[in-house]
Design a protein around this ligand. Structure first.
Ligand SMILES: Cc1cc2nc3c(=O)[nH]c(=O)nc-3n(C[C@H](O)[C@H](O)[C@H](O)COP(=O)(O)OP(=O)(O)OC[C@H]3O[C@@H](n4cnc5c(N)ncnc54)[C@H](O)[C@@H]3O)c2cc1C
Length: 214
């Protein structure tokens, strides 16, 4: 199916992906996103955390956050997620590039009601470190009240993926210039906390509780 014009990638269209499997995998792997929106004619792009549950992406913050207050009013938003996979060093400056997987999600966010907050917070916590929800103290009613959560439906979204070696021009192949891919990964430093262990268990995180304890 041809994607709608608003989410159709025009440059290097062969890198475009519109299937939910690809979009969800990128959203789930990324630890942060950027939210773009406009207030009084001024565009803002704010970095923040996110988590996906089914067809919904959640973002959260203080009830005093301007970003959340604006977006809760139904302002249209563009959520972007980027996984940076490698430096693509070509023999010519012109053909330098990067390997990446990215998602652009368009829509209007809704403010999450109290009964949905725990599930959203659970997802946001588990996105950082699977298993952490069970390890840490659960939120109190006061903490939940101070937290606003927005939900953005995954309805209008695109992904773009670049992988593989540099694409040098044939006439540059003989140049004595190193060319290839330098892999880039976001890694957690070793610490007292075994982040690698919980990260490996991401897919089997515990289920969220359904009641709020004060
Ligand atoms: C880490 C990184 C570095 C990049 N560096 C460059 C660079 O230096 N120069 C450059 O021109 N481009 C770069 N890109 C690609 C850039 O994101 C755009 O895809 C590109 O500018 C072409 O956009 P377009 O004109 O096709 O689409 P636009 O007309 O700008 O966008 C139309 C629609 O296409 C979709 N779309 C566009 N780009 C993406 C994307 N990356 N991921 C998911 N959906 C997308 C969106 O739904 C958007 O609404 C980079 C991407 C990444 C992730």
């Amino acid at each position: 199916m041809r994607p709608d014009k608003r989410i159709r990638i025009t440059r290097e269209p062969q890198r475009g992906r519109y299937d939910r499997e690809t979009i969800d995998a990128i959203l789930d792997e990324a630890l942060l996103c950027h939210l773009g929106f406009e207030v009084d004619g001024q565009p803002y792009v704010i970095p923040t955390l996110h988590a996906r549950v089914g067809d919904t992406v959640y973002v959260h913050g203080s009830a005093a956050s301007r970003m959340l207050r604006q977006l809760a009013g139904g302002v249209r938003v563009c959520l972007t997620v980027t996984l940076f996979d490698g430096l693509v060093l070509a023999r010519s400056v012109f053909n330098h590039s990067v390997n990446y997987r990215s998602v652009v999600l368009l829509g209007a966010a809704r403010l999450v009601p109290d009964e949905e907050k725990l599930a959203a917070l659970h997802a946001l916590t588990e996105q950082l470190a699977p298993g952490r929800w069970e390890e840490a103290r659960q939120p109190t009613a006061k903490e939940l009240k101070a937290t606003w959560i927005l939900a953005l439906p995954i309805e209008e979204a695109s992904a773009k993926v670049r992988s593989g070696p540099p694409e040098d021009d044939p006439e540059d192949e003989h140049l004595p210039v190193w060319a290839g891919v330098v892999p880039v990964h976001l890694t957690a430093e070793s610490s007292d906390y075994d982040w690698r262990r919980v990260h490996a268990g991401r897919v089997v995180g515990p289920k969220p509780p359904t009641t709020i304890e004060s």
